[in-house]
Write a protein that binds this ligand. Structure first.
Ligand code: MG
Ligand code: MG
Length: 265
């Protein structure tokens, strides 16, 4: 799963270098598809029945599953890009969020940048927890603890519960579910061979109610608040953990948590 992870990371990097005000989400989709196909891989989102694109692009109050199209990104938008690749029958899945600059609305941009930062760091907190976890649900505990610790001064964050992470392997979506919050029960034992996609989805303001758009895909916050989404595919192996969808295996993201990823031998 190292190869599809790298290919997924490359596609997201390509999108990241192209995302700006004035570009359409369909243009970003084409960039991701070209990157994945150039590597000899296949966009695995297209293997999901009824879905025809390489990425999901979710803007502002859209949380996940936004369909690429003619929407032109604007200054100050918060945009989550989710992407995956299948290579030789194995899958990668990863997502990131960017906030586009807007000099006329510094407060909104700062608030959204902090939302994205908290979401990304909560992902790393969850991955760090996985490195020592005996049971999978310790991941969600760590994510919730991190996010709760960041709520202060009237700023509240909500962790979505309608959508969660998942196992990944021969299929993009496999058991077990990976919760982003504390749940009853410990979950499966964490052991070598487990590969999971961890993907916190966090809203601004604390409400976690969602609705699905008439397009039957796009998930929006019910109250119109902005949302962020970060995701990595992470392997547990005999030597430790390795973040498959990060080029450094997660070294930079995990360093603040005192965790060193170990390459898969
Ligand atoms: Mg994803
Ligand atoms: Mg996923």
């Amino acid at each position: 799963m190292v190869a599809p992870g790298r290919i997924t990371a490359d596609a997201l990097n390509a999108v990241l270098s192209a995302v700006r005000a004035g570009v359409t989400t369909l243009e970003l989709d084409a960039i991701a598809e070209a990157s994945i196909r150039a590597a000899g891989a296949e966009p695995n989102f297209m293997l999901v029945p009824g879905y025809r694109h390489t990425i999901c692009a979710s803007v502002n109050d859209e949380v996940v599953h936004g369909i690429p199209g003619g929407r032109v990104l604007g200054a100050g938008d918060i945009v989550s890009i989710d992407c995956g690749a299948q290579f030789e029958g194995w899958n990668g899945d990863s997502a990131l969020t960017v906030v586009l600059p807007d000099a006329s609305r510094p407060d909104i941009v700062a608030e959204r940048a902090e939302l994205s930062h908290v979401t990304e760091q909560s992902l790393w907190a969850g991955i760090a927890a996985l490195s020592t976890a005996r049971h999978l649900n310790q991941v969600g505990e760590a994510i919730e603890d991190y996010v709760e610790g960041k709520a202060s001064g009237g700023v509240a964050y909500g962790i979505l519960e309608d959508y969660v992470g998942h196992g990944i392997g021969r299929s993009m979506h496999e058991d077990p579910p990976v919760f982003n919050y504390r749940v009853r029960g410990r979950g499966p034992t964490v052991k070598a061979g487990l590969v999971v996609a961890i993907e916190p989805m966090i809203t601004l303001g604390g409400s976690i109610d969602t609705r699905v758009h008439d397009d039957e895909w796009t998930v929006l916050t019910a109250d119109g608040a902005a949302a962020a989404h970060w995701e990595h595919s992470v392997a547990v192996h005999d030597g430790g953990i390795w973040v498959l969808t990060a080029h450094d295996g997660g070294a930079a993201g995990l360093a603040p948590f005192g965790v060193t990823p170990v390459p898969i031998a």
